[in-house]
Design a protein around this ligand. Structure first.
Ligand SMILES: Cc1cc2nc3c(=O)[nH]c(=O)nc-3n(C[C@H](O)[C@H](O)[C@H](O)COP(=O)(O)OP(=O)(O)OC[C@H]3O[C@@H](n4cnc5c(N)ncnc54)[C@H](O)[C@@H]3O)c2cc1C
Ligand code: SF4
Length: 599
């Protein structure tokens, strides 16, 4: 085995350099602290790695050359605790298009950049539901509900949202009166499509509150608060098609092009690339972390000492490193005790649910054009508790979105999007391309799922059967969808979405056959997982306090979507994860100034 190399001590050790740790690195170096960033993978550079000459659909979409190699480490999934969990062994196409972040920039190197804040209700869903509908309403829907309020209100998170939105350059206007924002997004929305315009004017005429779908694909040249210059999107559509394609101009916001360059420029950030972190080292005497251990690409073990650890390894890996290191108490679903891994809830809805659809007599340009997440319109009126749920049998709602750019990535012009057949291969297919990609009518459809309620039966733990390539247990995910999602979709599709489609002039507007709860089970994993490493007010059910500080090892802080106490399908989820990185950065500064458990 290799030698052990001890690195110079840092004030803050950032685990990973994706969205979350990038923001913490920028903030802490700007405050004068020395930061050590450690990540698997390289520092992707859009100019040398993603520029025009590097277009490579096969390498990116099929060979997954920018993604975490699952043979190093993966995780396992099952639907309930009686099952044997199988490991994720490969990224399959088209279903398993989500991939683990790998390198500086993380998974956001090739995300779609679809954004949205959570609404105020999400932050206090437990108490607001109880106070409006009574203490038993929630358990009448989900008997195993394990729902708690965030440790702060939406209004208290608002300034942290603003900081993150300015760093990333979120594009849009604001989200309207139902999601009040103290400041508008820093960049304007991309041009709306004709369908988006129709949806907006129709919704407004019906008394609703439309707003442009927020996106983090820069709509204009921009300089963020750290002085990092951002290029605008050129609307070539390359980043679409299930989001597999990295951006060749840097317009797609991620840490490699927004926050890490600022930290590098201070001269106070060291970066260890191609380095696999396997432990947070905790001194049993002081119960404080002393640093982290990692393998470099040659197999050498390094120790990176630090005063504070920021865990930004994303969902599964964020949980796993703390579980492997004995930070926190593992959740036990039998006794319903312990907080680490507890309260997992999905940021993805089932594949199928009751939907409303129709055909609108508006054309569009579906050649690669536009970008992955701009152009559309959303409304928040049917989300959260913005309508009376008495007697409906579900909580929360949905924010139907229509009119995003039709143009997508190179997958539009290749065969990866669906199985090969005469409909997408050969001369007949080629002859039809012009008509296919310049439609004169569009079928619009919405499946407005209500949120996935955290359950005492859904959690992470360490898998007793499967390990990574170094012999450490993988994380195991025990999950399934509940009733709330399906019941909500049926009600909202019939009551709210169908009348809008009719008003928009859709022909054949109709609601599909009702899809009941239990019709689908989780059989894939997605990049949006929440709750299993919750922030909260009580260490019996939460892992971090309101400063994103570990209740159990007080110089460990963390941020990520998995730390969100609850979540809804109104957003993919990076956006409401981002503010937590600014909460953590502030908490770390407070801790460095005065060590101890913050109040
Ligand atoms: C195809 C795709 C499409 C997506 N579309 C959207 C979208 O439209 N909107 C949206 O909001 N989100 C989207 N996402 C999700 C989004 O990319 C993530 O939410 C976001 O990147 C999470 O940020 P993070 O900092 O928590 O984690 P990441 O960005 O994944 O960063 C984690 C970092 O930790 C490193 N790391 C992990 N484990 C280790 C270890 N053991 N040792 C060393 N380093 C480690 C990784 O290399 C990486 O740098 C998408 C993701 C994918 C893959
Ligand atoms: S369309 Fe996508 S890949 Fe192309 S410049 Fe815009 S954000 Fe980047």
């Amino acid at each position: 085995m290799s030698s052990v190399i001890t690195e110079p001590a840092a004030d803050v050790v950032c685990l990973g350099l994706g969205v979350m740790s990038g923001a913490v690195a920028a903030e802490l170096t700007a405050a004068g602290y020395n930061v050590a960033g450690i990540t698997v993978g390289p520092y992707w550079d859009y100019q040398s790695d993603f520029f025009m000459s590097k277009y490579d659909e096969w390498g990116i979409g099929v060979m997954r050359k920018f993604d975490w190699p699952l043979q190093t480490s993966s995780f396992t999934i099952r639907n309930n605790s009686t099952q044997y969990a199988n490991p994720i062994r490969r990224y399959t196409y088209p279903i398993q298009y989500h991939a683990l972040g790998y390198g500086v920039g993380g998974a956001a190197q090739h995300y779609a950049g679809s954004m949205s804040r959570f609404g105020p209700w999400t932050y206090q869903a437990a108490s607001m539901t109880a106070s409006r509908y009574g203490p038993d309403f929630l358990t009448s829907i989900e008997p195993n509900a394990d729902l708690y309020d965030f440790p702060m209100t939406y209004e208290e998170y608002d300034p942290y949202y603003t900081q993150w939105e300015q760093a990333y350059g979120v594009c849009g206007t604001n989200m309207g009166p139902l999601v009040p924002m103290s400041e508008n997004f820093p960049m304007p929305a991309g041009p709306r499509t004709a369908l988006s315009d129709l949806y907006s004017t129709t919704a407004e005429a019906m008394g609703y509150n439309p707003y442009p779908h927020p996106s983090s694909l820069a709509t204009q040249p921009y300089v963020n608060q750290y002085g990092v210059q951002v290029n605008e999107c050129v609307y070539d559509g390359w980043c679409g098609e299930l989001c597999n394609y990295a951006c060749e101009t840097g317009a797609k916001a991620n840490s490699a092009f927004r926050t890490v360059p600022a930290a590098v420029n201070t001269g106070k950030l060291t970066i260890a690339l191609n380095s696999y972190i396997f432990r947070i080292n905790v001194d049993p005497t002081t119960n404080l972390a002393t640093g982290v251990s990692y393998y470099d690409s040659a197999g050498n073990v390094h120790i990176q000492p630090g005063t504070v650890i920021h865990n930004g390894l994303w969902g599964t890996n964020l949980f796993r490193i703390e579980a492997l290191s004995g930070v926190g108490t593992q959740y036990d679903p039998t006794t319903v005790t312990g907080s680490s891994g507890r309260g997992w809830t999905y940021g993805y809805a089932p594949y199928s649910g009751t939907s409303a659809s129709g055909t609108i007599n508006i054309g569009g340009n579906a050649y690669p054009a536009g970008n992955a997440s701009g152009g559309g319109t959303d409304i928040f009126d049917f989300a959260d508790d913005n309508f009376d749920h008495t007697g409906l049998g579900f909580i929360g709602g949905s924010n139907p979105s229509f009119g995003g750019y039709l143009g997508s990535g190179p997958g539009n012009l290749n065969l990866f999007g669906s199985a090969m057949s005469p409909s997408n291969i050969g001369s007949t297919f080629k002859a039809k391309l012009k008509d296919v990609y310049l439609p004169t009518k569009q079928v619009v459809s919405s499946t407005p799922f209500a949120p996935c309620i955290p359950s005492t039966q859904h959690y992470y733990d360490l898998d007793p059967h499967h390990t990574d390539m170094y012999g450490d247990p993988l994380a195991r995910l025990t999950v399934d969808w509940g009733r709330n999602e399906f019941i909500g979709a049926t009600y909202i599709a019939n009551t709210y979405v169908l009348p809008i489609l009719q008003k928009m002039g859709a022909t054949n507007a109709a609601v599909s056959a009702t899809v009941p709860p239990g019709s689908a089970h989780v059989d894939w994993w997605g990049a949006h997982q929440r709750g299993a490493m919750r922030a909260g007010t009580d260490p019996s059910w939460s892992v971090y306090n309101r400063h994103q500080q570990s209740w159990s090892v007080e110089n460990v802080f963390a941020s990520g979507e998995i730390c969100n106490t609850f979540g809804t399908f109104v957003t993919a989820g990076t956006h409401p994860g981002g503010p937590l990185s600014y909460v953590a950065a502030e908490g770390i500064k407070m801790y460095l100034a005065s060590p101890g458990l913050l109040d």
